[in-house]
Design a protein around this ligand. Sequence first.
Ligand SMILES: [Zn+2]
Length: 291
Amino acid sequence: MSIVNAKEILIQAVEERYAVGAFNITNLVQMEGVVDAHIEMHAPLIIQTSVTPSKFLGQEVIPAIYQAIAETAPIPICLHLDHCREVDYCKSCADKGWTNIMIDASRLPFEENIQQTKEVVDYCHALGGISVEGELGTVSGVEDQIVVAEDVSQLCDPEQAMIFIEETGVDLLAPAIGTAHGVYKTANPKVDFDRFARISEMVNGKEVRVPLVVHGGTGLPENYVRKLVSLGGAKFNVSTDLKRTWIDAVYGYISENRDEYNPGKLDAHARKATKEKVKEWIAMFGSAGKA
Ligand SMILES: [Zn+2]
């Protein structure tokens, strides 16, 4: 159907309390598997690339493939740059065709986070058609997950979130609430639902202003995912689960077909495995039938 930015597909998600999945990809076949799942389930989609794969695959190549796929797909698709810490690289990806840019200045002091985020927002809004995601508080790596979850000072402060939104004009906000990147080592990660609910009510209670983003989807129990979505988590990031699915599918295929030298068969197997995994997430997000 179309090339879209994230904000334009997330407003409806907040209003109707479902989430649009934001899936990290590192190669073309994986991207196609993610797209297959969303077309099959009629769901809107955000494709994400981290900075390293964007450089590896090429800053020209990814948007070209994305545009070719999105222009002919029967669903809206956004291309998102994830966790970029360099203002200049954010700007260059906006120039090249990414339609949502995340400037992650969350490790910097509050005022510097505002300053860098605003610089990217101003740039992207001047270009037009590009939305910007900012982060407040720190989403930990898995090693620090419990420590960070217990250290409330690292989580997103609701009052600060309002100031951050006012001063930067940011389109999407990722508030740190205790979710973590990687794989959770505990069966019951400490997620601060009350904090998330407070932020959601303050930011989007009267009207949908700035859709909220949940990072660290992989490994969250299903009831956590559904609860975060019901509280207003409109963009839900999944990365590690797709990486594991890819590696396991490729490893499994090669192990069972050691004499097969047709890479197309391997690709088809991994593409299908990716599609099936992504469909599980779409079902949890409630986004099926929304496109
Ligand atoms: Zn993240």
